[in-house]
Design a protein around this ligand. Structure first.
Ligand code: CA
Length: 231
């Protein structure tokens, strides 16, 4: 089944080109030209990915991204007219997965869309209970087991949820508050620092050298990600 991409862009020429390239690449494409229309479309079609222009009339791209992520983990690729906006776009309170600065090559956009979908594969498909394998780490959500290079690792329920959430999207950076959301119900009393404590425990059990983590990596000032490449 074709993956659905929602493209949000108020400049008709860019919208047309992006849509044409994505359709040619085999995606099913829905479009919107402003923020409210984007949110309505997202609700109606539940896209697998959103390509979102930062500079929209009215409700801007930042607000739209925030609103989208309030309801789902849909991956977002931001389009921005200014390189100087990039820090803000990737400032992960916003949670964009990738970005392109205009003018960009539509071919490059298609490549990025594919890459982000590949990275987010498991979770975008919903409840995928098959084992998650990243490098030599295996996380099996149905059995609730974790192994590193075949060696079983014993995690608490909260640690397991946290690790599974990170490992489902290797390379993606999560803020502490996103990780708190991910373990909702398990750690109601928790605040951001509780995430640090859980991560510390996970590292102690998982990492060959907990002081130089290979798997669960700190992103300073932001949060954590599961390493997608060998560091
Ligand atoms: Ca614009």
């Amino acid at each position: 089944m074709a993956r659905t991409v929602l493209v949000v862009e108020d400049e008709p020429k860019i919208l047309d080109v992006v849509r044409d390239y994505l359709v040619d690449a085999g995606f099913s494409v829905t479009t919107a030209a402003d923020g409210p229309a984007a949110l309505a479309s997202a609700r109606a079609v539940a896209p697998d990915l959103v390509v979102l222009d930062l500079g929209l009339p009215g409700l801007d791209g930042i607000d739209v991204a925030r609103e989208l992520h309030r309801r789902s983990q849909v991956p977002i690729i931001m389009l921005t007219a200014r390189g100087s906006e990039v820090d803000r776009v990737l400032g992960l309170e916003l949670g964009a997965d990738d970005y392109l600065v205009k003018p960009f090559s539509p071919r490059e956009l298609v490549a990025r869309v594919r890459a982000v979908l590949r990275r987010s594969g498991g979770s975008a498909a919903g409840d995928d209970h098959g084992p998650i394998r990243v490098g030599d780490v295996t996380v099996d959500p149905s059995r609730r087991t974790v192994a590193v290079a075949g060696r079983p690792v014993d995690l608490t329920a909260t640690e397991f949820e946290l690790l599974a959430h990170l490992a489902r999207q290797p390379g993606r950076v999560f803020t502490r508050s996103q990780l708190l959301d991910a373990i909702h119900g398990v750690a109601i009393e928790s605040y951001d620092r509780a995430i640090d404590a859980h991560v510390k425990n996970i590292r102690r059990k998982l990492e060959p050298d907990p002081h130089r983590p290979r798997y669960v990596v700190t992103v300073h000032g932001v949060g954590y990600r599961f390493a997608d490449t060998e560091g």
